[in-house]
Design a protein around this ligand. Structure first.
Ligand code: ATP
Length: 435
């Protein structure tokens, strides 16, 4: 019994310790569960950190590459900076050089203006010394008919070297004429122009220049002024020279050039640039009007603006052609009218703003044969009388100008009236006498 009780006690104790062990096991398994949960959390955390580390690694790599690029760029910038510094120094040097040049340029500009004025004054004096009225004589060669008829020259050209021309008369008489220049039959258009060329500069310097061709019909007035395509005359050559000088001076001067072409026939002025302006057709006559003290104008006259030689020549040729086309007999008509080409030049000195206003007149006068000699009647007589009247009026004006007379009779003919302004101040007058 006792043994039974012991066994029961043992059994109870075993039961109690089993219960405790069970409790302990439960506690331990709960602890293991919480540890597993914690471990799972740690694993998750580790994965996240690993990912972060990976990302950071990539970012680091990218930053490293960027750093390399920036390093390169910064070296480039450094180089540029040194270039820029050099450039700035160079610019500073240029600026100071420019300032020096500018002041030198200003000095030169002033000197140039003074020299130009001096040159113009000297030129002015030279013209005065040479005389602002000059007469050249040109003798044409004998034509084939004259040679066939056995004609010979009455002029002794050997003596003409100093401008003195000896004309042998009948028997042993001889007459001596004095000219500023004499051109013998062998001297060509170029030779004649050599002496005329300086007048182009005079016009651009503000002088009025009048060049006349005077002589009897057939002596070569039109040949000398107009010339032919193969032997250009004064008109073409002087315009060419004028535009050459304009081009040469384009940095210092600005010029505005206009041209007109007109004709004086039977003491009436006609515009050759207006179609149908010939005397044979019914057109409005032009008149010279005084618009201010010392300023005369021809209202309605076409003034064509030209900017180069070709344009100017085209306009003047239009005028010359209109003169020929309008007449029934070109030669007859041309010898009975004064053909006038006028080149108007407005200049501005770009250095000092000085302005000039001048005119170049190129005039092929009507044939100078005398009425008594021509045995003219009717319309021809009227034409010849008008020519005589205007040529002698021109002669009177020249002699009044040459003797510096108080009164210059400009109003005695249409031609001299037209030229009044141009023969009143700063002018050069050249008469080409053709024989
Ligand atoms: N220096 C010269 N050399 C060669 N030929 C000339 C010369 N002068 C004139 N001639 C010739 O003489 C002829 C007459 O000349 P031109 O027509 O120029 O005379 P003009 O005086 O103008 O006459 P018009 O009063 O009728 O107009 C033309 O055939 C021209 O070619």
């Amino acid at each position: 019994m006792r043994e039974n009780e012991l066994k029961t006690k043992e059994c109870r104790e075993a039961q109690t310790s089993l219960r405790e062990l069970q409790m302990e096991l439960m506690r331990k398994s709960m602890h293991v569960g919480s540890l597993a949960f914690a471990v799972e959390g740690q694993v998750k955390e580790k994965t996240r950190w690993c990912q972060l580390l990976k990302d950071l690694n990539e970012k680091f790599k990218a930053l490293k590459t960027e750093h390399q690029i920036l390093l390169k760029e910064s070296e480039e910038y450094k180089r540029c900076l040194s270039d820029a510094t050099q450039m700035t120094t160079a610019i500073h040097q240029y600026v100071s050089q420019y300032a020096n040049l500018e002041s030198e340029f200003k000095d030169l500009k002033e000197k140039f203006s003074e020299e130009a004025k001096e040159r113009k004054d000297l030129y002015n004096k030279l013209i005065e010394l040479k005389g602002n009225i000059r007469v050249f004589c040109r003798c044409r060669p004998l034509n084939t008919e004259e040679t066939a008829e056995g004609a010979s020259m009455a002029i002794d050209f050997d003596s003409a070297k100093d401008g003195e021309l000896i004309v042998r008369g009948h028997v042993s008489s001889k007459k001596v004429f004095k000219f500023d220049s004499v051109f013998n039959p062998e001297e060509d258009q170029e030779k004649v122009f050599e002496k005329t060329a300086p007048f182009a500069t005079s016009v651009l310097d503000g002088f009025n220049v009048c060049i006349f061709a005077y002589g009897q019909t057939g002596t070569g007035k039109t040949f000398t002024m107009e010339g032919t395509e193969g032997a250009r005359g004064v008109n073409y050559r002087i315009l060419d020279e004028l535009f050459r000088v304009v081009k040469d001076r384009h940095d210092l001067f600005q010029y505005e050039i206009t041209v007109s072409a007109l004709e004086v026939y039977n003491e009436q002025i006609h515009d050759l640039l207006l179609t149908g302006s010939q005397p044979s057709t019914t057109t409005k006559r032009l008149e010279v009007r005084q618009v201010a003290e010392g300023v005369h104008h021809v209202p309605g006259l076409v003034e064509a603006r030209v900017s180069n030689m070709d344009e100017a020549w085209d306009v003047l040729q239009t005028g010359s052609k209109a003169r020929v086309v309008g007449s029934t007999n070109a030669n007859e008509h041309s010898s009975r009218s004064h053909c006038i080409h006028c080149v108007m030049v407005k200049g501005e000195n770009l250095m000092n703003g000085e302005r000039t206003n001048s005119k170049l007149w190129l005039i092929d006068l009507a044939g100078s044969e005398r009425v008594a000699k021509t045995d003219a009647q009717g319309e021809r007589l009227k034409e010849a009388q008008n020519i005589n009247k205007s040529l002698s009026a021109l002669g009177d004006v020249i002699s009044a100008l040459a003797t510096k007379s108080q009164h210059i009779p400009f109003r005695n003919s249409k031609l001299t009236h037209l030229l009044q302004d141009s023969l009143s101040t700063q002018f050069c007058f050249l008469l080409l006498m053709l024989v």
